[in-house]
Write a new protein. Structure first.
Length: 115
């Protein structure tokens, strides 16, 4: 029951991300597939067969592959988030922590294989 609940939670977050550009979609769907693989193979397969979101999830499963457009979009979105924090005048410690996390995530993304 825990894996099924986690799968639905991450699926809902991924669905929200499909409509909000500042929230990721595919990473949440990857988590959904992982959770559903332990609780509902039918739901797992349904996500993997989705015409838009299935291919990047299957690419990730095959070898950690992330498309170049996804890398670019993700890196730009993180940079914009840090820029917004600067424009809003948030505390420097918060901005430094945010920038550090974003740099680490971007470095990870950019070193993943591409199609």
């Amino acid at each position: 029951m825990m894996w099924l609940s986690f799968g639905w939670l991450t699926l809902v977050l991924g669905a929200i991300g499909a409509f909000l550009p500042v929230m990721p979609t595919v990473p949440f769907l990857i988590l959904s597939v992982w959770a559903f693989s332990r609780s509902s193979p039918r739901l797992r397969n349904r996500i993997l067969r989705h015409p838009k979101f299935g291919p990047p999830i299957r690419a990730w499963q095959r070898g950690g592959i992330i498309s170049r457009p996804a890398k670019i979009w993700s890196t730009l979105a993180m940079a914009m988030g840090v820029g917004w924090a600067l424009l809003l005048g948030l505390p420097p410690l918060f901005i430094a922590a945010q920038a550090t996390v974003c740099i680490c995530v971007a470095a990870y993304l950019l070193t993943r294989p591409e199609v």
